[in-house]
Design a protein around this ligand. Structure first.
Ligand SMILES: [Zn+2]
Ligand SMILES: [Zn+2]
Length: 238
């Protein structure tokens, strides 16, 4: 049955549509053009850093200058070239077939931060945005990571209390003001979380303002520890 299906629907590259060996994967060319993050990284946001990895955790200039309301963070891709194209396809293009490979990449980098009791929590979107887009890409990502890692996902632990303005072109200060207090614990969040550690999941991190608002809400819900996992991190000089 599986081989008949493969004859009728040969696996295609998720980037360009060329035929590939394995389902839900990138062809060699797209793989080389996708900026996966490797080597030395910032322990709080996952951005790549120059130099060699050492035993002690390192931090980027952003994470040294902005107090992050979470402990550690990881990112799978740099948000440029194919990294950017894939994230935008997931966000605006109804490409749910991208979830499996993306969750595979993100689980690989985030696994060291996961304890067995860690709860996966997506950064929420406002319900009006949800109506337009039909799904919250952070929630489907979180659920697929949980399926792979065996961690519990609580998709509605956090909620948006108000709509925020689109942040394209906003300064860092404006982004933080825009997101401040926009996310809160959902109904009986504290009881459902029961003081367990939280891993916040989102598609992109730029300034970290949205993740900071989500982390404050997770603290308010009683999270014992907070880490973040994003598919793509915007890197200033990347
Ligand atoms: Zn390709
Ligand atoms: Zn950082």
């Amino acid at each position: 049955m599986q081989s008949l299906l493969r004859l009728a629907f040969p696996p295609q590259c998720i980037g360009c549509g060329d035929l590939v060996e394995e389902e839900f994967s990138l062809c060699g060319t797209c793989w080389r053009q996708t900026p996966f993050i490797t080597g030395l990284i910032c322990d709080a946001c996952g951005v790549p850093l120059p130099g060699e990895a050492t035993a002690a955790p390192e931090h980027c200039d952003d994470c040294l200058s902005i107090a992050r309301p979470w402990q550690r963070g990881r990112a799978a891709l740099i948000y440029r070239d194919n990294g950017r194209r894939l994230v935008l396809a997931l966000k605006h293009g109804d490409r749910l077939d991208l979830i499996r490979p993306m969750a595979r990449w993100l689980t690989a980098v985030a696994r060291p931060l996961l304890a067995p009791e860690t709860v996966l929590v997506p950064v929420p979107v406002h319900y009006l945005r949800l109506v337009r887009r039909r799904y919250n890409q952070a929630a489907v990502l979180a659920q697929e990571i949980g399926r792979r890692s065996g961690n519990v996902t609580i998709p509605d632990l956090l909620v948006r209390t108000r709509r925020t303005k689109p942040q394209d072109g906003m300064s860092r200060g404006d982004r933080f003001a825009n997101q401040s207090g926009a996310i809160a614990p959902g109904r009986s969040a504290a009881a459902r979380l029961a003081g367990r550690p939280v891993m916040l999941v989102d598609d992109v991190m730029t300034s970290g303002a949205t993740l900071a608002a989500a982390a404050e809400a997770a603290h308010a819900a009683g999270a014992s520890q907070i880490c973040v996992a994003v598919l793509a991190r915007v890197a200033k000089d990347a």
